[in-house]
Design a binder for this molecule. Structure first.
Ligand SMILES: Nc1ncnc2c1ncn2[C@@H]1O[C@H](COP(=O)(O)OP(=O)(O)OP(=O)(O)O)[C@@H](O)[C@H]1O
Ligand SMILES: [Mg+2]
Length: 273
């Protein structure tokens, strides 16, 4: 059996009495995978992330992180295994320079000063920000700030990293950079469990598994291919499909036998024959 990173059992939560925005969710997220959570605005994605991170307390149900049930006594301990990158790059910067910012979490964990510099340089290099260590945040683009936020999280060496719409406020180039970085991080760190909450359907298409949320429930889960096979249901809840699936569907409607094409390259080779 796969190692399970997060096991959720009959989880419910509401900000107000009698209004559950997380509605009896049960799921098991396998470890060492790249997971996307998609769903329209207000479907409960960020609330679910905050419950997993122990920032909100469940009304009913349980959450286990690597087999340990999250509770008030162990939340601080379990959170050491978790890192999060939020949406707004400006709200995540706490240091006066890039190096200070990355150092912040290390200082909190009382990492000895003589070890810090090497860690800072290593994680800054991983996000391609090694030449910016003495720069101030005002001089960085949104994408660069998000890369620094990711470096800060990597410095903590967590087992699970959650991205809550980390690319939403970035321009197309920034989005592409972070998207590529996520894939690269996963390749360089096969043990890591990455959970990306995203409205970027092309990004979701790169992940190993997708969970689709609607009205506080998980309505589909599986590989991108399995999930995007539910085209009509996804359209009903106003979720778009990646370009590849729309293109393939349009070709099938035209009577072209492209059923066995599983990616854009094979579709294009078929068309160019
Ligand atoms: N602090 C809060 N107090 C009261 N209600 C809240 C609060 N935060 C979120 N909600 C409500 O809970 C529901 C789920 O919100 P949540 O932020 O989890 O959705 P989301 O899927 O992350 O949406 P988005 O895609 O817009 O980020 C929504 O109806 C939202 O209005
Ligand atoms: Mg959200």
């Amino acid at each position: 059996m796969d190692n399970i990173a997060i096991k959720i059992d009959h989880l419910s939560f509401g900000y107000e009495k009698n209004v559950d925005v997380i509605n009896d969710i049960s799921l098991s997220i396998p470890a060492s995978k790249y997971i996307s959570i998609i769903g329209h605005n207000g479907s409960g994605k960020s609330t679910l992330a905050k419950l997993i991170l122990g920032l909100l307390e469940a009304k009913e149900g349980t959450i286990e992180i690597f087999g340990k049930e999250l509770n008030a006594d162990n939340v601080a301990d379990i959170r050491k295994d978790l890192g999060i990158v939020f949406q707004n790059p400006d709200n995540q910067f706490v240091g006066a320079t890039v190096a200070d910012d990355i150092a912040f979490g290390l200082e909190n964990r009382q990492v000895p000063h003589e070890d810090m510099q090497a860690i800072i340089e290593e994680v800054a290099t991983k996000v391609h920000m090694e030449d910016f260590l003495s720069k101030e945040p005002v001089n960085l683009s949104g994408g660069q700030k998000q890369r620094v936020a990711i470096a800060g999280v990597l410095a903590m060496n967590p087992k699970i990293i959650v991205f809550d719409e980390a690319t939403a406020m970035l321009d197309p180039r920034g989005k592409r950079e972070i998207r590529e970085l996520i894939v690269k991080m996963k390749d360089a760190n096969p043990e890591l469990t990455l959970i990306s909450i995203t409205h970027d359907i092309e990004e979701a298409n790169l992940s190993d598994l997708i969970y689709v949320m609607n009205e506080g429930k998980i309505i589909f889960s599986g590989t991108p291919e399995e999930v995007f096979a539910n085209r009509a249901e996804l359209e009903k809840i106003r979720l778009d499909l990646p370009f590849f699936y729309k293109f393939k569907a349009a070709l099938l409607e035209q009577g072209l036998p492209v059923e066995s094409c599983h990616d854009l390259t094979s579709l294009v080779s078929y068309l160019c024959q």
